[in-house]
Design a protein around this ligand. Structure first.
Ligand code: ADP
Ligand code: MG
Length: 750
């Protein structure tokens, strides 16, 4: 679609060199340029004066909205933009050799403020000129003590005369992200703005609407052309807000459409394994449980029964905190499948967890005539052969294992396992299972039916990482989601406390007492190796120190990420069997490990962890009848809000407040929401690749509402016109196929 738009180098003012700088940003055509979204807008009527800003910071009402659309909605969250002149520049040096550059700024109000730089000092010294006008964007901080308004390393853009004049006339000026490449090629902001306007004026007829009018009207969204005008040549802030909403909606709609098509593909075409939810065995288990299922567990079981009844394959994600009782729910589901004549699998991320499942499921079903077997590495050949026989003959009802369960399914593997009519696969995940992997598992399991047109087995994915709805809708969009948000009643809440390093000895003493009572404890550190830069304590070093000094005479184990998996497994098994009193560990302590005797979780350098991570770690204790404790240790200077270095000053209070959230709540979903707001999606989903798509317009942190609306609309549209055949969907279809070349697979050949 974009190919009919004029290549960027043909615009007036763009030569080959500048074109190259644009190409580096993937801007090849005028349409690409129109998609290059301003990151903020300068508007005389709404821009903060410095005194205004100081007042708002003081009252902490920086972004409370008084009108429907404030500048804060339009500019990036948490950023304020001011237009200022430099009054003076000062360089400071500290005793430790650190340098800092301070630029005192002023505007027409009486308040002054400071721009503070700790890095690239020379660069800024050269860049900043006294009396020159600048646009400054950043998160302002107000120092109560010195009544000082500061920006640390803000984004700075010189305002040239042309812009100064437009601005003073009240024109709203879009602020484009300016790269070094652009600047080096002599492209300044005003030029980008002019090019965008030229593109609109000369090419606006090529901008075609993709949505039927009905969808736009229903959601109060401007059409595409109007939106592009508003983004690049706005008349007012409201227009910009609406345009941005429209572009977010479009982006999310396409994304959700893929999910809707995928989901429909499985639902419509596929015949699920037939499972009768009414099961005598399930009833029997229910009757003999020593406790009552929680309301949330019952609700989820009903949802699963509903899936079974539908005749379509289940694809369900079960989310719930560690200890909320997911496993039991999956056992009920497996019993239903078994009674309908199928084999079932449950896969755990590690051997120790597989072993744990094997033991607890065996105990749960004892005497019920259900045959549970375990498949793990390192089994003796004789044992393995016997297990394999039970599996292939269909005698094995529940097969517990690690992902080896599935490698044994593909023909490539040496140890081919012959499954016998798999009806349900339960994945107790820690590693995230992507769409493709699930599809592969499903097709492998279908082979075990050994018929030409096997039914599709059901999949239940269990996750102990509570994820805010916005994220789960995007990440697991093709799954139905069930949530257990209620803990069994018999749990004692874990006592959580934020503590400071100089008090650590008291808590070490407390751990000793607990150990003397026969309990066990975890002490967790963020990193394995001492890193000079971050001054973090390393688990290895501390293990040495703690075992030789503080906890002399006690058995102190060590667990860290550099160990091989079986070494980790061995260490955890030893801890579980009381071979250690204390386990010094990095974050590798398994999710879901069940050591009821462990009652203390002490986390050092807690400020280095995300809240969700802290919550996961805390979940390792509190699994038995005894009272459990979680201590989050952090730096002393956070306590007094005194920074050793100036840049630490302001974050100190925030850090302590953030950690205190953990004292206030044990609800993983609530914690995940806070985390999402404070640190973004990467933190909740783990630092490794989060699996989230990259969005141009959407910010998953604040755009949850639009995600829901786009999802609803996309799913409804695919429901009524799955192949986008209706004439009013023609543009949408072609735009979609343009965007997702893989999209062709979803539609009938036209
Ligand atoms: P999860 O897999 O969600 O981490 P589990 O299924 O392992 O949690 O359950 C943790 C413990 O709680 C198990 O010992 C289980 O038997 C017990 N349990 C499960 N449901 C309940 C309930 N409704 N009431 C009391 N205890 C329960
Ligand atoms: Mg579990």
């Amino acid at each position: 679609m974009s190919s009919q738009f004029t290549p960027i180098q043909f615009l007036k003012g763009v030569g080959p060199k500048r074109a190259e700088a644009f190409h580096a940003l993937k801007i090849h055509t005028t349409m690409d340029l129109l998609q290059y979204v301003p990151r903020a807008y300068l508007d005389r009527s709404t821009i903060f004066s410095l005194s205004d800003l100081a007042e708002r910071c003081r009252k902490q009402t920086l972004f409370s909205s008084e009108t429907d659309i404030t500048l804060a909605d339009v500019n990036f969250r948490n950023e304020a933009t001011v237009i200022v002149r430099i009054k003076s520049l000062h360089r400071r040096e500290f005793a430790n050799g650190r340098k800092m550059l301070i630029a005192v700024i002023k505007d027409e109000s009486s308040q002054t403020a400071e721009l503070v730089f700790f890095q690239q000092i020379q660069y800024y010294e050269r860049l900043l000129k006294e009396e020159q006008l600048y646009v400054v964007s950043g998160s302002p901080e107000f120092e109560e003590r010195y009544r000082k308004l500061q920006f640390h390393h803000p984004a700075i853009e010189k305002v040239n005369e042309e812009d100064e004049e437009l601005y003073s006339k009240g024109v709203i000026l879009p602020q484009y992200p300016m790269t070094k490449e652009l600047k080096n090629a002599g492209v300044w902001m005003a030029l980008v703005r002019r090019l965008a306007i030229t593109a609109l004026e000369t090419e606006h007829e090529k901008i075609r609407e993709v949505f039927p009018a009905e969808i736009l009207n229903r959601n109060n969204l401007p059409d595409r052309k109007t939106a592009f005008y508003a983004l690049h040549a706005p008349n007012n802030l409201r227009e910009i807000g609406e345009a941005r909403k429209r572009m977010k909606f479009e982006e999310l709609f396409f994304f959700e459409m893929v999910l809707a098509l995928r989901k429909r593909g499985t639902k419509v075409k596929e015949q699920g394994v037939f499972v009768e939810p009414k099961s005598a065995k399930a009833r029997q288990l229910l009757d003999r449980l020593p406790f009552e299922l929680t309301g949330a567990q019952k609700k989820v079981l009903n949802e699963i029964a509903e899936d079974f009844r539908s005749g379509k394959p289940m694809n369900r994600l079960l989310q719930g905190d560690v200890g909320s009782g997911k496993t039991i729910v999956s056992v009920f589901a497996m019993l239903m499948a078994i009674e309908s004549g199928y084999q079932t699998l449950i896969m755990a991320p590690t051997e120790i967890l597989a072993e744990q499942h094997y033991r607890s499921i065996t105990a749960l079903l004892e005497g019920m005539d259900v045959n549970v077997v375990q498949l793990v590495g390192g089994q003796k050949k004789k044992v393995r052969t016997a297990v394999n026989n039970e599996i292939s003959s269909g005698k094995a009802h529940i097969i517990v294992g690690t992902h080896a369960l599935f490698s044994g399914m593909s023909n490539k593997s040496e140890t081919l396992i012959e499954y016998n009519k798999i009806g349900l696969m339960v994945i107790d995940e820690q590693h995230r299972f992507g769409v493709e992997q699930r599809a592969k598992l499903r097709s492998l399991a279908m082979k075990s039916h050994k018929t030409d047109e096997p039914p599709v087995p059901h999949i239940l994915v269990m996750s102990a990482t509570p994820i805010p709805r916005t994220l789960s809708m995007t990440l697991y969009g093709d799954l139905d989601v069930s949530i257990i948000n209620e803990m069994p009643k018999n749990r004692k809440p874990i006592k959580t406390k934020v503590i400071f390093e100089s008090d650590l000895h008291k808590y070490f003493e407390f751990i000793k007492q607990e150990v003397h009572k026969g309990r066990q404890a975890y002490i967790v550190y963020p990193l394995v190796e001492q890193s000079e830069k971050m001054e973090l304590k390393s688990a290895t070093e501390h293990h040495e120190f703690l075992s030789n000094n503080v906890f002399q005479g006690m058995k102190v184990g060590l667990l860290h990420g550099q160990m091989l998996w079986y070494e980790k497994d061995d260490a955890m098994k030893a801890f579980k069997d009381r071979g250690y009193d204390i386990m010094v560990a990095t974050t590798v302590v398994e999710v879901g490990i069940d050591i009821p005797n462990a009652t203390v979780m002490l986390i050092e350098n807690a400020e280095r962890f995300g809240l969700s991570q802290l919550h996961q770690l805390r979940g390792r204790v509190g699994r038995g009848a005894e009272q459990s404790y979680c201590y989050l240790a952090t730096k002393d200077h956070f306590r007094y809000h005194i920074g050793k270095k100036p840049e630490e000053l302001s974050s100190a209070r925030a850090t302590v407040l953030r950690l205190k959230t953990m004292e206030d709540t044990t609800d993983g979903f609530q914690i995940a929401e806070v985390d999402l707001k404070l640190r973004g999606p990467g933190d909740i989903l783990g630092t490794r690749q989060s699996g989230l798509p990259e969005f141009r317009y959407t910010d998953l942190i604040s755009d949850g509402d639009i995600v829901s609306i786009a999802r609803k609309e996309a799913f409804a549209l695919i429901e009524q016109d799955p192949h986008l055949r209706k004439p009013e969907h023609r543009e949408l279809r072609s735009a979609f196929l343009d965007e997702y070349s893989a999209g062709h697979g979803f539609f009938d050949v036209a």
